[in-house]
Ligand binder design. Structure first.
Ligand SMILES: Nc1ncnc2c1ncn2[C@@H]1O[C@H](COP(=O)(O)OP(=O)(O)O)[C@@H](O)[C@H]1O
Ligand SMILES: [Mg+2]
Length: 309
C-alpha cells in the first residue's frame, strides 16, 4: 500500500519539518522508498537535507515544487522525475530518500489561485499526488502552518494527516484549527467526498527537566491533548534533544560542510542509541496506525460490498 501523508499543525515551530525528516530517514533505513515534499515556502526541510548550493541549483533549474505546480498539467509520470532530488540524505546510502524541493516562490502561487491558474494548481497537485502513489511507498508532505489554499489541498488529497504538537497551549490550538478547517471543507457545497484521515497527533519536544518527564505545565497540556485526540495521540513521544535540533542545520554554518567530522555520515552516528530507540518506537506506532486504519477500511468496504450483493 502506497500512502501520501500530510504533516500539518496550524502552529509553527512544533517540529513538523523535523518530524517529517526523521520519519523519512527511518523509513528509508527500513528499506522503504520515501519522497519528502517541501510544501512550505520557508523551505526548511529542503535546507535540512540539501546544501544551500544544491538547493539553489534546483531553484535555478526550475525544479522545485512551485515550478511543478505553476507550469502546465497533463504530464506523463516520467515528466515528474526531473523535479525530484534523489538520495538527499547523507546517511541514506541506498538513496531511498528523495525530495521535491521547496521554493520561496510558493508563497506567490497563492496569488494566482483565484485567477486563471487556480484550476491548474488544483490539477497539477492532484496529478502530483497520483505520481507519488505510483513512484514511492511513502510520501510525506511538510505543510506550512498557515491554512492556505495549498495546505487545504494537501489535507484533501493526502490519504492521512499527522499532527506534530508540543505539550503547550498554542500547539493545542493548532490541532483544533486543523480540525475546524477539515470540518468546514467537508460541509462546503460541492465537497468532493475526498478528505485525508487523521493518523495521529505526535507529541514532540517534551522536556526532560531534572531527569524527569516534562514540567507540570507540559504534563497538563499533554493530558488535554490526549483527551481531545480521542485515542489518536501516539503513545511514543519525541523528547526535546540536541540530536533532533541538529537535524535543522539552518543556522549552523559549519554543518553545511558535509565532510566536517561533526557532520554524522551514518545512521547510527546521526541517531545515537537513546534517540534511535525513541524515534523507532514512534515509527513502529506510525506503521501500526496505518495498518489498523487500512484493515478497518478494507473490512468496511468488504462489508458494504456484501450488503450490495
Ligand atoms: N525534538 C526536538 N528537540 C529539540 N529541538 C527540536 C525538536 N524538534 C524540533 N526542534 C527544533 O525546533 C525548531 C522548530 O522545528 P521545525 O521542525 O522547524 O518546526 P515546524 O516545521 O513546525 O516549524 C527547529 O529549530 C528544530 O531544530
Ligand atoms: Mg517547518
Amino acid at each position: 500500500m502506497r500512502r501520501v501523508i500530510a504533516v500539518m499543525n496550524a502552529k509553527g515551530g512544533v517540529g513538523k519539518s523535523t518530524v517529517t525528516l526523521m520519519l523519512g530517514e527511518f523509513l528509508a533505513e527500513m528499506g522503504r522508498s520515501v519522497l519528502l515534499i517541501d510544501a512550505d515556502p520557508q523551505s526548511s526541510i529542503s535546507l535540512m537535507v540539501m546544501t544551500p548550493d544544491r538547493w539553489q541549483a534546483s531553484v535555478m533549474a526550475h525544479a522545485t515544487i512551485s515550478d511543478l505546480l505553476s507550469c502546465r498539467t497533463n504530464r506523463k509520470p516520467s515528466e515528474f522525475d526531473r523535479y525530484i532530488a534523489t538520495g538527499v540524505s547523507n546517511i541514506d546510502v541506498q538513496g531511498r530518500l528523495n525530495l521535491l524541493p521547496g521554493s520561496i516562490d510558493l508563497s506567490d502561487i497563492e496569488h494566482y489561485v483565484d485567477r486563471r491558474y487556480g484550476s491548474n494548481i488544483l490539477k497539477a497537485t492532484t496529478e502530483l499526488a497520483a505520481y507519488c502513489r505510483q513512484a514511492f511507498e511513502f510520501t510525506l508532505v511538510d505543510c506550512q502552518p498557515s491554512v492556505t489554499y495549498l495546505t487545504k489541498l494537501w489535507l484533501q488529497l493526502a490519504d492521512y494527516h499527522l499532527v506534530p504538537c508540543r505539550c503547550d497551549f498554542p500547539s493545542f490550538n493548532g490541532i483544533e484549527i486543523v480540525d475546524k478547517v477539515i470540518q468546514r471543507m467537508i460541509r462546503a457545497p460541492g465537497f468532493s467526498g475526498k478528505m485525508s484521515r487523521r493518523l495521529g497527533v505526535l507529541l514532540n519536544m517534551k522536556s526532560r527537566r531534572g531527569g524527569g518527564d516534562g514540567t507540570q505545565y507540559e504534563n497538563e497540556w499533554e493530558d488535554k491533548i490526549r483527551d481531545v485526540s480521542g485515542g489518536e495521540c501516539f503513545e511514543g513521544i519525541i523528547h526535546a534533544n540536541r540530536v533532533y535540533a541538529q537535524l535543522n542545520n539552518l543556522f549552523e554554518e559549519d554543518e553545511w560542510d558535509r565532510d566536517a567530522p561533526s557532520n554524522p555520515t551514518t545512521f547510527n552516528a546521526k541517531y545515537p542509541a537513546e534517540q534511535r530507540r525513541e524515534v523507532q518506537a514512534v515509527v513502529d506506532e506510525f506503521l501500526a496506525a496505518l495498518d489498523k486504519k487500512e484493515r478497518r477500511t478494507s473490512r468496511h468496504s468488504v462489508g458494504s460490498r456484501n450488503r450490495r450483493d
